[in-house]
Design a protein around this ligand. Structure first.
Ligand code: RUB
Length: 302
């Protein structure tokens, strides 16, 4: 399989997983488009890049970070450049997006690690590179704490989290999803990743998150979402809700009887009133303030 098609297949099959990785790999796949292109005129290459962007965006409907990053790159390219200049400009834009991701990751770690205190029990769900980064940073700072995490059916991304953390010397207790109440009631803080943040401050993350947030709220365990602010969905300002991806029924039950309707939503929404704060590259803010910060810092998103 050629480079670009391979990335598309890996995005569809979830071999590439987690919003941050999805955005980075989608952006880098544009290099494959340029390498494979036979375009002579800049407009031709731009058309191919736009077609590639549409293909990438369709692979994962609930990933505004990928959409924003691709949009940032393509809207910065000029059809008036010659093909060499256009390719150079594409390269510069891709690099600047990747630099954004890497400096944001660093800042999220720094801010987030402040929330992880000595002897804490941290609850998390699914696999989020942003949460992992924070926990590894807290560990590097010499803090001793433990993590309770849930397996995250049907694809068990929780196992990736458990392996990565325990491999770095962090104590992990791994729970089946339906034991989340047990895992949570002894926790001091919940740290979740995010796939999308909407203009009302609501956050979309892996299915199960809202259920766990409700339990955390009952036990007064603070709930933080850890995210690059490019996961903000600008369309939500116009009342267009982020679509929730529904995944293949076979992930849940292979060859299930046809008459059974199987529900396999990949994500769900958490209302801002249930959230203590959003940890991003700009600091730790309440959801409403986070949205104002995004508007102030990234006017191009709008
Ligand atoms: C992954 C998931 C993660 C977010 C954030 O879902 O919901 O919590 O994407 O991850 P899936 P990150 O495995 O279905 O992609 O912090 O790495 O961006």
């Amino acid at each position: 399989m050629r480079g670009f098609e391979k990335v598309v297949a890996d995005l569809k099959s979830l071999k590439i997983q987690g919003a941050q990785a999805v955005a980075k790999e989608a952006v880098k796949s544009l290099y494959h488009v340029v390498t494979a292109s036979k375009a002579i005129y800049p407009r031709e290459l731009l058309r191919e890049l736009h077609a590639a962007m549409n293909t990438l965006v369709k692979t994962r409907p609930t990933e505004p970070c990928m959409r924003n990053a691709l949009q940032y790159i393509l809207s910065g390219l000029s059809p008036h450049d010659d093909i060499v200049l256009l390719t150079k400009s594409l390269d510069e834009h891709i690099r600047s997006v990747l630099e954004h991701f890497s400096s944001a990751e660093q800042n999220i770690k720094t801010y987030g690690a402040r929330k992880v205190r000595e002897s804490y029990t941290v609850f998390t769900h699914c696999h989020s590179s942003s949460v992992i980064g924070i926990l590894l940073e807290a560990k590097k700072q010499g803090k001793s704490f433990e993590v309770h995490n849930t397996e995250t059916r049907p694809l068990f991304q929780g196992r990736i989290t458990a392996k990565e953390l325990s491999g770095s010397g962090i104590k992990v207790s791994h729970y089946i999803d339906s034991a989340a109440r047990l895992a949570l009631k002894k926790a001091d803080i919940c740290l979740f990743g995010a796939d999308a943040v909407q203009s009302d401050g609501s956050v979309i993350n892996k299915i199960g998150t809202e259920l766990f947030v409700d339990i955390a709220n009952t036990y007064e365990v603070p709930v933080y979402f850890c995210t690059d602010s490019w996961k903000f969905d600008p369309k939500s300002i116009y009342g267009i809700d982020e679509p929730i991806e529904n995944r293949n029924r076979d992930e849940v039950w292979k060859s299930a009887p046809k008459r059974i309707t199987i529900h396999n939503p990949a994500f769900e929404l958490v209302e801002p009133t249930k959230i203590s704060g959003i940890i991003s590259e700009h600091g730790i803010y309440r959801p409403g303030v986070f949205v104002e910060e995004v508007k102030r810092k990234y006017p191009w998103l709008f």
